[in-house]
Design a protein around this ligand. Structure first.
Ligand SMILES: [Zn+2]
Length: 490
């Protein structure tokens, strides 16, 4: 029996607004003592009135645009009633039938293939407090600092066909949240929390069978693993002739298995009704158009552009785009190279592609390393100078092992590579006359190795090259050394 997976995600993202969702308590909870960022509003005292956080609403609309959603002209908050110690009011202010964002579609690229993932809705709600259960299970401590903080919930259509697709989507989502500056979306810190729903069906069928809800998985890797485990568990049930029934399960990262949990209440049990203390919202078409125009280029759009315009690999584009400064330096350097207005060269055509790759490698390997070493923020290396450095490497004027010291100095002074190379004495020796002497010396010092090379053991060449490098303090042009060695030995 050929079975296929049907996966949907529900993701909660903590928004990093200054204050909570409906009161002015600080939303920065990091190192604070428990129960210090609370007030009568977020503690649900009778007679208090919630005031919606305008920043949180503006941000959810930005997220909506980024995920290809329609922004609702009319929206409202609703009360979702349930009783639990982490919910002081006895209800949560959430959104039921009129969320801020609806009907999105997200282009997800998986192994070079574009898939479209539907976004059902994005709504805004307040988070609950944080329960800490004692190890003996006898007591629970409640920290209300988190109660009433803004939480965005994104619900996708069951459009993922594999655990890998779900993981890639979550990674894209994290990048989007960071690019918009609305959440750090760190799963390990609980800033982004994911419930994954999965069911199976026979290939070609369109029926949706009862799903398993896997709750609160807290890393990209675990989402993928939990789904793989669950697909396997359900497959066995199907093969045994049982169609799995609806289940709620939790992921146990220690056992690497999902485990049965208590069943969640159905929507009707929450007795949703419109929040009477917050008037409904209306946005004009002009307001929504303005929001749409304010969205910066999203990371996946930038990645596609990097790959198209600069021929960057997907993996490199992702690393570059994870650091705004590096991405900008790379773009500016690439455009310097593309303009080919580098004075002492006539770079064109194919060479441009080579130089762009070289510049990308220098940024990914060396600029990153230099910045980590010096802890220097921001980058002082200019795009113009970096392009020049790439040209010097390409022309063999400096060796690749000289790149890092030159960059370190460029970062320190913000200067041109040329005088720095001269000052540090790192210019590569490409002058045959200068190299001839050293090579003749190395050959006469190593008759055994030379004899082996003559007998066809080419590995000896690397040894001789090492000797030449040592004698020139690494300044010799390696390509030229190999050529000269071969010529002189024959
Ligand atoms: Zn408060």
């Amino acid at each position: 029996m050929k079975l296929q997976a049907v996966i949907g995600l529900e993701i909660h993202v903590q928004l990093k607004t200054k204050s909570k969702m409906f009161c002015s308590c600080s939303n920065v909870l990091g190192d604070g003592q428990p129960n210090t960022s609370i007030c009568p509003i977020c503690m649900g005292y009778p007679g208090t009135l919630p005031v919606p956080n305008a920043q949180a609403i503006a941000w959810i609309q930005k997220a909506g645009v980024a995920l290809g959603c329609e922004l609702a002209q009319d929206s409202k908050f609703d009360r979702k009633s349930y009783f639990y110690p982490d919910l002081p009011k006895g209800y949560q202010i959430s959104q039921y039938d009129k969320p801020f964002c609806l009907k999105g579609s997200f282009p997800l690229v998986v192994s070079g293939q574009e898939r479209v993932i539907g976004i059902t809705r994005i709504h805004l709600e307040e988070d609950a407090a944080k329960n800490t259960h004692s190890k003996d299970g006898k007591s629970t401590l409640v920290d209300y600092n988190r109660a009433g903080t803004p939480l965005m919930e994104i619900v996708t259509e069951p459009d993922f066909a594999s655990p890998e697709e779900a993981r890639i989507f979550l990674q894209e989502l994290q990048r989007a949240m960071r690019a918009l500056g609305i959440s750090d979306a760190d799963m390990e810190k609980g800033q982004m929390r994911c419930d994954a729903n999965v069911s199976l069906r026979k290939e070609g069928e369109t029926t949706l069978y009862p799903k398993t809800e896997i709750k609160n998985v807290n890393s990209f890797k675990f989402v993928e693993k939990a789904l793989l485990f669950e697909i396997d568990r359900q497959k066995k049930l199907w093969e045994a002739g049982d169609v799995p029934t609806h289940a709620t399960r939790g992921w146990n990262s220690e056992t690497g298995k999902t485990e049965a949990q208590r069943e969640k209440e159905e929507a009707a049990d929450y007795r949703y009704f419109p929040e009477p203390d917050i008037p409904p919202f209306h946005f004009t078409k002009e307001e929504l158009t303005e929001i749409k125009a304010s969205i910066p280029e999203m990371p996946w759009q930038a990645r596609a552009r990097f790959m198209r315009e600069y021929n960057t690999s997907e993996a490199n584009a992702n690393v570059l785009l994870s650091d705004e400064e590096l991405a900008r330096l790379y773009e500016d350097t690439a455009s310097e190279i593309a303009q080919a207005d580098l004075e002492r060269t006539d770079i064109a055509g194919e060479e441009q592609g080579i130089l762009m790759k070289l510049a990308a490698n220098i940024i990914l390997n060396d600029v990153r390393a230099v910045r980590m070493e010096t802890q220097a923020d921001p980058i002082r290396i200019t795009a113009e100078n970096l392009a020049e450095l790439a040209v010097l490497v390409h022309q063999g004027k400096i060796g690749s092992n000289a790149v890092r010291p030159v960059l370190a100095e460029m970062q320190k002074t913000g200067g041109d590579p040329d005088p720095i190379i001269e000052k540090l004495g790192l210019a590569q020796v490409s002058d045959t006359n200068q190299l001839d002497d050293v090579i003749a010396h190395v050959i006469s010092e190593n008759p055994d190795v030379v004899a082996k090379i003559k007998a066809g053991k080419e590995a000896g060449l690397q040894y001789l090259m090492g000797q030449v490098m040592a004698k020139t303090k690494g300044a010799a042009n390696p390509g030229m050394v190999i050529e000269l060695l071969k010529k002189n030995i024959q």
